[in-house]
Design a protein around this ligand. Structure first.
Ligand code: NCD
Ligand code: ZN
Length: 346
């Protein structure tokens, strides 16, 4: 028996597109199903000014294949030198939707991130004033803190103090991976939202480490214990509008993943919607998929819903390419490790 659901065209509220040959290869994978995406600014060098964001947006639009529609929602990489006036001007001009906070050294290409949070106070105050969201990579970088505890410690040591010191600041906790993240969102108001990735609904830390190390399951924040994965599933399927999809699809070529010091990032742009249909069906919550992927994000970001739709149909085992071949090399598509029967008609 075939089951089919039609939902408002989804958006991806956390996406890495990179630049150059990689951008060209991965952009169609997202634009096929998604109308818009929040574009991460962690290029080398990072996108720190409104002018750089405008130029990056142009490069993305130039890489979009003819006949495809896609709207990149740009972000600025927050540094200790960021100028509040530049941020406000880029927001007012419609160039930038949000600002991204990376604690220095937390993840891929985050060396220019923030060390001293007092230095970015004027930017955060300006953002609170104009209602511009701050997207937060929520992990402390203190070497004394265990990598599996870094999100929970960040909430207590950094995020909660920043939010208390900056009333009105709208914050997205990006790619939450713990029940601590879920509970912190639930305990607060509509100015706090959280994105959840596809892969964190599917894997726990055993998938990375048991039976041989699996570099394509390694991302940051790293997947946690099973109880946390279940908390993320409960949040994503709850209907609470503060939880929405941000895939964190993060392409790296295979040689940089399959080596002695592999990069963090899972590439899920290609099969995210099929995987989400599988997960939501497993949770008996297919009726909540549209909220999570298509409606809750626009509510938080105060953007209109998309006008188009996509249809997901259950049928034969789904197939997708094992790798996307970019001009820089092959990128492995996230393998959930189980058969998926959902297909997307965009
Ligand atoms: C991201 C990347 O590769 O840029 N990697 C990841 O594991 N998610 C950076 C990030 O979002 O942390
Ligand atoms: Zn990311």
């Amino acid at each position: 028996m075939s089951t089919s659901i039609t939902i408002t065209r989804p958006d991806d509220w956390h996406l890495h597109l990179r630049d150059g040959a990689m951008l060209k290869a991965v952009l169609p994978e997202t634009a096929r199903h998604f109308a818009r995406a929040i574009i991460m600014p962690n290029l080398v060098p990072p996108v720190v000014t409104g002018a750089q964001a405008a130029a990056y947006r142009e490069r993305i639009m130039a890489a979009l294949p003819e006949g495809m529609a896609f709207e990149p929602l740009m972000t600025l990489y927050l540094t200790e030198d960021t100028d509040p006036a530049d941020v406000a001007a880029a927001h007012a001009a419609g160039i930038c939707t949000a600002v991204k906070l990376y604690p220095a050294g937390a993840t891929t290409n985050s060396a220019s991130g923030v060390r001293d949070f007092d230095k970015v106070r004027p930017v955060l105050e300006k953002m609170a004033e104009i209602g511009m969201p701050l997207c937060v990579h929520g992990e402390v970088t203190d070497p004394a803190v265990d990598i599996f505890d870094r999100e929970a410690v960040f909430i207590d040591r950094v995020l909660d103090p920043i939010r208390r010191a900056t009333p009105g600041l709208r914050v997205v906790m990006e790619h939450i991976t713990t029940s601590n993240g879920v509970e912190y969102v639930k305990a607060n108001d509509a100015d706090l939202g959280a994105t959840i990735t596809t892969h964190h609904l599917i894997i726990n830390r055993n998938h990375i480490l048991v039976g041989g190390i699996k570099p394509h399951y390694y991302c940051l924040p790293v997947a946690k214990r099973e109880e946390h994965r279940l908390a993320l599933r409960a949040a994503a399927t709850s209907g609470d509008t503060r939880f929405f999809l941000g895939t964190d699809s993060a392409p790296h070529v295979d040689p940089l993943k399959e080596c002695a010091c592999g990069c963090a990032g899972c590439f899920t742009a290609t099969n995210t919607m099929a995987l989400l249909a599988h997960v939501f069906e497993e949770e008996g919550a297919l009726d909540k998929l549209e909220g999570f992927a298509s409606r809750n994000g626009p509510v938080f970001y105060r953007k209109p819903m998309n006008e188009g739709t996509i249809t997901l149909t259950k049928g034969d085992a789904a197939q997708w390419p094992a790798k996307i071949i970019s001009g820089d090399g092959p990128v492995t598509v996230f393998d959930p490790g189980f058969p998926v029967h959902w297909h997307v008609d965009a």
